[in-house]
Design a protein around this ligand. Structure first.
Ligand code: SAH
Length: 451
């Protein structure tokens, strides 16, 4: 067998040239790429190679001989084991630069753009305690059962009592569930054996401080009365039963144990009801900036019909409806569509309607049926738009669109298809929805000339 340029278990010293969106430094050994999680640009580092393939290797950081001026002491004691905060060791200014660069690079390399009309990334003033939702698995650890997060690429639970990117209300709720579980001796669910009971505590808070908690169990929920007492301060408590051996958090059945069926969150002046299964952006402060940017870039007019594809509970749809003639939202999760319709009704917005269907079926059908679409927004999950959605956009009469994306790679892939179909990228606005974490959101405004 041929020797690889870098072999497993070797030690190397190298200088880091760039950083990936996942927070890994990248350096070269005789031109061969070595990824070093936690290393920063310009740093001279010593690494132990833990994985080597024919095209790249991964090294564990042993020592930073020459630290970057942007390196900082992680604020979280669980940083090194948890892996949730890819940029916990970097100044926030540098993190924003890395993210901005990643969006630009993806659009150049994968999106085929020669010029990227990039606007400066919109960051947070205080990049902490922003998350309004946390889903904490419960499991065994060296120190007994605990809530926490899984270590990177593993199902080894790292206990985390107080996550510094979660709002306090989320951590407080999870800690109340822990006290209940300990007092009532509820067994943690074990993925390996499929035995045990308590799988997850999911908590969501609104800007005004209202709280929803969902307890996920395998089998029946024991000690319901004690749970209701432990969470009496919550505004809504659900039990979700999930008997399947799966990574998906929620099972099919939600039972309301306490309080109201939905939470109400106000974004950009509009109040939205949210069910436990419905998607809501996790960073409320940045969400208003993101929606504001999308609306300004798209600039819907009173005479226009606008489609909002992947609309969730109708957040963007209802904001669009305040400016446009008519809005059609498309969303696959039935509970979210119910929320969207109810949200339109409660806010007295008559010109928004919603279709509950996969976008890849609904949009092609709307276009084939001759539905007028002057402009549109798409906000797909990480995997981006299905090719049928892109084809339907190209076949529609839309001349402007705002593509909102949480994945620069799939965004770039789809932008390439859209530009090949006649669209031009007018502006790219990155928004840091996930400070400290290896994700970045962007809005891309595209237009095309008359058809
Ligand atoms: N624009 C909304 C939701 C964005 S998240 C907001 O800002 O709140 C993406 C949404 O796409 C989720 O609500 C998800 O349920 C939905 N979704 C996922 N796959 C879909 C598909 N194939 N067709 C339609 N909607 C889908």
């Amino acid at each position: 067998m041929n020797r690889l340029p870098v072999e497993k278990n070797e030690e190397w010293e190298l200088t880091i040239d760039s950083v990936t969106l996942e927070g890994a430094g990248v350096g070269r050994v005789d031109g061969f790429a070595l990824f070093v999680p936690g290393a920063l640009v310009g740093e001279r580092v010593r690494v132990h190679v833990i994985k080597a393939t024919a095209s790249y290797a991964v090294g564990k950081l042993l020592e930073v001989a020459e630290p970057s001026p942007h390196r900082m002491e992680p604020a979280c004691p669980a940083y090194a084991r948890c892996g949730g905060c890819a940029f916990g060791h970097v100044s926030y200014e540098e993190e924003l630069r890395i993210k901005e660069r990643q969006v630009k690079e993806a659009l150049t390399r994968l999106g085929g753009l020669s010029e990227v009309p990039l606007r400066p990334i919109l960051g947070m003033d205080v990049p902490e305690r922003y998350r309004n939702k946390g889903a904490f698995p419960y499991g065994r650890t060296d120190r007994g059962p605990a809530f926490g997060f899984y270590a990177p690429r593993s199902h080894r639970l790292v206990p985390v009592e107080d996550c510094l990117i979660e709002q306090k209300g989320v951590c407080h709720a999870v800690s109340a569930v822990k006290t209940w579980a300990e007092t009532c001796r509820i067994q943690p669910y074990d993925e390996g054996t499929g035995k045990g009971v308590l799988r997850h505590a999911v908590a969501r808070v609104t800007t005004s401080g209202d709280l929803m908690v969902v307890i996920v169990t395998r089998g029946d929920l024991p000690h319901k009365k004690e749970l209701a007492d432990a969470l009496s301060f919550a505004d809504s408590v659900y039990w979700n039963r999930n008997d399947k051996n799966t990574n998906v958090i929620f099972g099919d059945s939600f039972t309301l144990l306490l309080g109201r069926p939905t939470l109400r969150e106000t974004l950009c002046g509009v109040a939205f009801e949210v069910s436990p299964r419905s998607f809501l952006q996790v960073n409320p402060i940045q969400t208003e900036k993101l929606y504001g940017a999308a609306l300004d870039l798209l600039s819907p007019q009173p005479s226009e019909t606008v489609a909002d594809v992947y609309c969730g509970i109708g957040t963007i749809s209802l904001l669009l409806a305040q400016r446009a003639g008519k809005v059609i939202g498309v969303e696959v999760v039935p509970e979210a569509v119910e929320n969207a319709r109810e949200n339109a009704r409660r806010n007295g917005i008559p010109n928004a309607s919603f279709l509950c269907a996969p976008a890849e079926d609904a949009l092609p059908k709307l276009v084939a049926d001759g539905q007028r679409i002057d402009c549109l927004t798409v906000d797909p999950p990480r995997k981006g738009c299905d090719p049928q959605v892109i084809d339907a956009i190209l076949a529609s009469g839309a001349r402007r669109m705002a593509y909102i994306s949480c994945s620069p790679a799939t965004l770039a892939r789809d932008v390439k298809r859209l530009t090949a179909g006649g669209f031009t990228v007018e502006a790219v606005q990155p928004v840091d929805m996930f400070p400290r974490c290896g994700h970045v959101e962007s809005v891309v405004a595209l237009t095309r000339a008359g058809l």
